[in-house]
Ligand binder design. Structure first.
Ligand SMILES: *Cc1c(COP(=O)(O)O)cnc(C)c1O
Length: 405
């Protein structure tokens, strides 16, 4: 039995991985068990923004693992406070609640929003509503998939929690019309990731900020994928110079080594949690706090948001310069690009497979978008390699489609 067969035989089939068995990684590169090297243009959906096995992060992880890792939040540690303080400094918000996975940070935001709705806005018991977007992705808990618009995420997992209203993404008028006296919050990704790298129209975030303030509704942004340098700023909402009432972080926060997430919000929102109201055995543990703080320090010291802006501009300009009938549109910001493929001419999954054969790891999101989201430490020459592979793959797919027609 090889590794693929073993995983298939003993595991659940909730993923369909590309057929490559990886064994180690360094920076933007990963190697398979046969020693072949691949360019990682996906970086685990932004979890590996620092690159694989960043030496400073591995050193911080190793040293802290030998000192103290998990004691639960029943006790204070000498590691957590500095991490929370840094999150507040970076966001200019007043408090942070650490969790592990992204979905848990989103669940925390939902709890905070509802509490605020009842205790501050005085919404009648059980009536609080949260407005979310079509095409959203916020994780996989039953509450979260309950307000997804993607049938594959929901099928046969109901009944779902009520209290969510969906509107088109990036449409301020639809949003205004959906707000009622029972609306406690708007929960959006700043740029939709799994939905296909969907950038809202210029001015949308400023409009959203003004509308939420005017209507007394919390503005909560999920920056789990878009945050921490991915779009060329620390947070994608900074492109429009606004500050939300609460933000969810995850993925890159763990430095590519551990699951670390957080809900960071205004102090009065964070203060709605009293002892016993919420928690997590592993959330904010000393090892996670150490690695996450080091991940934020590395991000600042290496100016990864600045690199993302510069290299992202280069990546997007090279993508826009590709003229292929298979491409309908190229979208993106920073080192985050979505290439919309014409489904009548090619299949994004097939293109991922072809990229794999050329030793570039990329994966489609939804069925029509090829996503490129490399580690933020990528160099120009490596972007060039990716572009050459992509051009070759597009040409190959186009000529095969023609010969079949
Ligand atoms: C990945 C993701 C999540 C969920 O994070 P997990 O760590 O997989 O639970 C939530 N929101 C967004 C925008 C994401 O991209």
């Amino acid at each position: 039995m090889n590794e693929i067969e073993r995983e298939q035989r003993f595991g659940a089939h909730n993923y369909s991985p590309l057929p490559v068995v990886l064994s180690h990684g360094k920076g933007v590169w990963v190697w398979d068990v046969e020693g072949n090297r691949y360019l990682d243009m996906m970086s685990a959906y932004s979890a590996v923004s620092h690159g694989h096995a960043h030496p400073r992060l591995v050193a911080a992880l190793t040293a802290q693992a030998q000192r103290l890792a998990v004691v639960s939040r029943a006790f204070y540690t000498d590691r957590l406070g500095a991490f929370l303080e840094r999150l507040c400094d970076l966001t200019t918000l007043g408090g942070a609640l650490p969790m592990n996975t992204g979905a848990e940070a989103v669940e925390t935001a939902i709890k905070a929003a509802r509490r605020w709705g009842y205790s501050v806005k005085r919404i009648p018991a059980g009536k609080a509503e949260i407005i979310v977007a079509d095409g959203n992705f916020h994780g996989r808990t039953t509450t979260i998939v309950g307000f997804s618009s993607e049938p594959a995420y929901r099928a046969d997992f109901g009944p779902f929690a009520p209290g969510f209203v969906r509107v088109p993404f990036g449409d301020i008028d639809a949003l205004r019309a959906a707000i009622t006296p029972n609306t406690c919050a708007v929960l959006f990704e700043t740029i939709q990731g799994e939905g296909g790298i969907v950038v809202p129209p210029e001015g949308f975030l400023r409009g959203l900020r003004a509308l939420c303030t005017e209507q007394n509704v919390l503005m909560l942004l999920d920056e789990i994928q878009s945050g921490l340098g991915r779009t060329g700023r620390w947070f994608a909402y900074q492109h429009e110079g606004i500050v939300p009432d609460g933000v969810m972080l995850g993925k890159a926060l763990g430095g590519g080594l551990l699951p670390v997430s957080a809900f960071v919000a205004r102090r009065d929102i964070i203060d709605l949690f009293e002892p016993g109201s919420h928690g997590s055995t592993f959330g904010g543990n000393a090892l996670a706090a150490t690695v996450a703080l080091e991940a934020l320090d590395v991000m600042a010291d290496e100016d990864l948001p600045g690199r993302s802006a510069e290299m992202g501009e280069y990546l997007l300009s090279r993508l826009h310069a590709i003229h292929s009938p298979l491409i309908r549109e190229v979208r993106g910001r920073g080192l985050w690009a979505g290439i919309e493929i014409d489904p009548a001419r090619a299949d994004a999954h097939d293109l991922s497979m072809r990229m794999l054969r050329r030793r570039v790891l990329a994966k489609e999101t939804r069925s029509t978008v090829l996503r490129l989201a490399p580690p933020l430490v990528i160099e120009r020459a490596e972007i060039d390699m990716c572009i050459s592979a992509l051009k070759a793959v597009l040409a190959e797919a186009e000529s095969e489609a023609e010969s079949q027609a």
